[in-house]
Design a protein around this ligand. Structure first.
Ligand SMILES: *Cc1c(COP(=O)(O)O)cnc(C)c1O
Length: 456
């Protein structure tokens, strides 16, 4: 075997071995961060090192600090584990080393994005003429969607924001639920709108936007251009805003609806949960992650826009993108990157691996396992505080200090991993079931560990 095949083979073999170890590996491990940093440090080498030795050194240094987040009992944040074909495709993408800016720099990468983008829209129920930008994460997807929104609402009142910026521009209203994700605020800051622009709308009992309050905010504010951020999948509770009514309301006021659906938009992919995001097709832009519930490798997310012209005008290289002049906007014209990796291959491979039925089964299975968690922890005497509509479960173990102690004990124990969160002023354990390999046995084992640690 030649040297390159040996080297790439070693990397792939090691990665496969790591994946195989996940079900049995402690999920959370006590880590000495200084020792880890120490293992990576040392003087900048003056001379070259043979690649195989570099690989061995990297593995030795990284191993003690690797987290089993791709494994079946990691329930922190909203984290999946990359599917086999998608991971292998990502390995190929690294090997092919494509410069995926446009169809000249990598025809294959752009073709994969086009095909995968069409499949994603079909699965999610997003209208097929929508543009699809392949971005790094939902943070980036929110920024791109809100940039398109900023373009359009200002263009509607005769202001070209790409040329003239925001200095002297007509004021824009931004309305968002008070339980929006923190990335919305960061996107607004990056776009020069500032976090203080947000007119917050109260949430209902399970964390979805309260429609009567939204109506009131829309009515009572100034009549200027408005962007409304809705949410499919509250990161704490999983609740989805009632998109049909909300979109209709916003459109009556001439506003733009952006939906942050990082994980919750996947409810659309199963007949059993589709009703939770009914009306999503009425929105103007959508942000959705691939690396969360779809179990694709990092970094993978999608910015869809019902008006490809607004999307390209906001994101293209030139300040005056002439819609229709350059054909269909593609690749880097729909994202904030210029040179970029070919992330479409992994998306294409993951969707091919699962198929429509596989995606629906993944969503259904995770939701059923979340309900199993809720039922098990309730019968063990703990308090599930949210209505479990999707894959997120919030659990209280008494007062805040006690809940924090239980979360810390669970993380140190290593059977499973769940994070702490603050929701409605209370400290809670947040359990997110998003991994394609989690089984009922994993959930039962985790419930037993949590129960043992919480009753010590
Ligand atoms: C995770 C999440 C985001 C941010 O996504 P990244 O992929 O981490 O950038 C945005 N919104 C919601 C609702 C999320 O759950």
């Amino acid at each position: 075997m030649d040297e390159l095949s040996r080297l790439f083979g070693l990397a792939a073999d090691h990665a496969a071995g790591f994946r195989r170890s996940l079900p049995d590996r402690p999920v959370g491990v006590p880590v000495d961060q200084d020792a880890l940093t120490e293992a990576f440090s040392g003087p900048l080498p003056a001379a070259p090192t043979p690649p195989e030795r570099v690989l061995a050194e990297l593995i030795a240094a990284a191993e003690p600090g690797l987290v089993a987040n791709a494994g079946p009992r990691y329930f922190g944040f909203v984290v999946g584990g990359a599917l086999p074909a998608a991971t292998a495709a990502d390995i190929l993408a690294a090997g092919w080393d494509q410069f995926a800016t446009n169809a000249v720099t990598s025809p294959a990468a752009i073709a994969a994005e086009a095909a995968a983008g069409a499949w994603l829209k079909e699965l999610l129920g997003i209208p097929s003429p929508a543009s699809a930008g392949f971005v790094t994460g939902c943070q980036a997807a929110n920024t791109v969607g809100l940039a398109a929104a900023r373009h359009q609402v200002l263009a509607d009142v005769g202001w070209d924001v790409e040329r003239r910026g925001l200095l002297g521009a007509p004021p824009i209203r931004v309305i968002a639920g008070e339980e929006r994700h923190v990335t919305i605020d960061r996107s607004l800051r990056l776009l020069g709108l500032g976090a203080d622009v947000v007119e917050p709308v109260p949430a209902g009992p399970n964390g979805a936007i309260d429609l009567a309050s939204l109506r009131k905010v829309l009515r009572e504010g100034s009549p200027g251009p408005a962007i409304v951020c809705l949410q499919a999948g509250n990161v704490n509770t999983g609740a989805c805003d009632r998109l049909r009514e909300a979109c209709e309301l916003v459109h009556q006021h001439g506003g733009w609806v952006h939906v942050d659906g990082a994980f919750g938009l996947w409810a659309a992919a199963s007949p059993a949960t589709r009703h939770l995001v009914d009306g999503l097709e009425l929105a103007d832009s959508w942000a959705c992650d691939g690396h969360k519930w779809l179990n694709l490798p990092y970094d993978s997310a999608f910015a869809f826009c019902a008006r490809p012209g607004a999307h390209a005008a906001a994101m293209s290289y030139t300040a005056s993108y002439l819609v229709g002049s350059g054909g269909v906007p593609l690749g880097a014209e729909l994202t904030a990157e210029s040179s970029r990796r070919a992330r479409g291959f992994a998306v294409w491979a993951g969707l091919r691996e699962l198929g429509r039925d596989g995606v629906a089964a993944l969503v259904d299975r995770c939701c059923a396992l979340a309900r199993r968690f809720a039922a098990g922890l309730t019968s063990a005497g703990f308090e599930v505080v949210n209505e479990v509509v999707l894959n997120q479960v919030l659990v209280g173990f008494g007062d805040d200090a006690r809940t924090d102690r239980v979360v810390a004990a669970v993380q140190a124990d290593g059977t499973c991993w769940a994070g702490g969160t603050t929701w409605r002023g209370r400290r809670l354990m947040r359990i997110s079931v998003s991994n394609a390999t989690t089984t009922e046995a994993d959930v039962d084992r985790s419930i037993a560990a949590i129960t043992r640690l919480a009753t010590l």
